[in-house]
Every structure is written in C-alpha cells, then in structure tokens.
Ligand binder design. Structure first.
Ligand SMILES: Nc1c(NC[C@H](O)[C@H](O)[C@H](O)CO)[nH]c(=O)[nH]c1=O
Ligand SMILES: CC(=O)[C@@H](O)COP(=O)(O)O
Length: 178
C-alpha cells in the first residue's frame, strides 16, 4: 500500500522571528500536558526562529471554552497601547480537551474551534489552533511528547513553527507584499 509522510512538511523558507510579538493564551485544565505544549512552542520559536523571549507574552485562562473570549480581549487591549509595536503579530491558543462521559467535550470542542477561527478572521491576527481534542489521557500525553509511546511527538513544536510562519507572512501581506 502506498505510504506518505504524516504531518506537516516544513517550509523551505527560513523565517526570521526576531521582530515578532507573540501571544500565547493557555488553559489550566490538564495543566501538566498544557505546560509541555507551551514549552514545546516557546522553545521552538526562540531556538529555531530567533523569537525574543521578551516578545512572547503568556496568559492563562481556566479552560478551553475561555480561549476565544480571552484572546479577543487581549488582542483588543494590545491595540490600545500607545506604541503600535505593542500589538501582537500572532497568537497561539493552547488547551487540552479530554472526552469524559457526557457530550460536554463535543460542545466545547466545536465552540472553541469556531470561536478561535472567528476571532482570528475578525481581528486580522493569525491564531494557531493549539487545542488537543483527545478521547483519552494517553492521546493527550502522546501529543505533548509525554508518556512512553515511541510515536510521541510534542505538537507544541509544530504550533511554534506555524506561528512564526504565519506571523512573518501576515506582516508581509499587511504591507501588500505577496
Ligand atoms: N473538561 C475540560 C474543560 N472544561 C471546562 C471548560 O473549558 C470551561 O472552562 C468551563 O465550562 C467554564 O466555562 N476544559 C478544558 O480545557 N479541558 C477539559 O478537558
Ligand atoms: C471536556 C470535558 O468537559 C469533560 O472532561 C467533562 O467530563 P464529563 O463529560 O464526564 O462531565
């Protein structure tokens, strides 16, 4: 059977993230997993793309359902600062939803994904969807690079790379450079 490379193929362009201002909004539900994802994203952005640590703002909320509203508010607040350089070039929303025994998971997952997309399109700020929607604990651990499965991979790394690419590209596009 034909096979293919799973996951994202890295861009051929080496992006310079040294002038990017990044916001990470993360949840405190399933925090051990969230913390690993946040670390994966921040370490990737600073080590691979020269994003300055002082240009990465990190905010937390209770759960994933709060991510869209908090992100909308934080983008708005950043634009109220006198220096326009205070506004964010890109946002990463990070959360971990784990299915329980009711339909709560399905309702939150749908609301959060639609909400984050709406905030991104309405604000014109690229927002990386970093919310794991897992059916069990093992899926969450594996996708944060935790646990003992050989296939484990920290998706925060991918989200950090995506954030730098979208931040750099959107900054160009906003000035008419295609
Ligand atoms: N069960 C999970 C939640 N639930 C909480 C909601 O996200 C929200 O904070 C609450 O309904 C109050 O508005 N959140 C997660 O991020 N992960 C879960 O597994
Ligand atoms: C994603 C959730 O809200 C879920 O963890 C809640 O669990 P339950 O469906 O058993 O109430």
């Amino acid at each position: 059977m034909a096979t293919f490379t799973k996951g994202v193929t890295p861009s051929t362009e080496k992006y310079d993230g040294s002038s990017l201002r990044v916001l990470i909004v993360h949840t405190r539900w399933n925090y051990e997993v969230v913390e690993a994802l946040v670390r994966g994203a921040t370490e990737t952005m600073t080590s691979e793309y020269n994003v300055k640590s002082e240009n990465i703002s990190i905010q937390s909320v209770s759960g994933s359902y709060e991510l869209p509203f908090a992100t909308q508010s934080l983008i708005g607040a950043s634009r109220m600062n006198v220096q326009s350089s205070q506004s964010f070039d890109v946002v990463i929303c990070i959360g971990v939803l784990i299915k329980g025994s009711t339909m709560h998971f399905e309702y939150i997952a749908e609301a959060v994904s639609q909400g984050i997309m709406r905030v991104s399109l309405d604000s014109g700020v690229p927002i990386v969807f970093g919310v794991l929607t897992c059916l069990n604990d093992e899926q969450a651990l594996e996708r944060a690079g935790l646990g003992d499965k050989e296939s484990k991979h920290n998706h925060g790394i991918d989200w950090g790379r995506c954030a730098v690419e979208m931040g750099v590209k959107n900054t160009r596009w906003m000035t008419g450079v295609i």
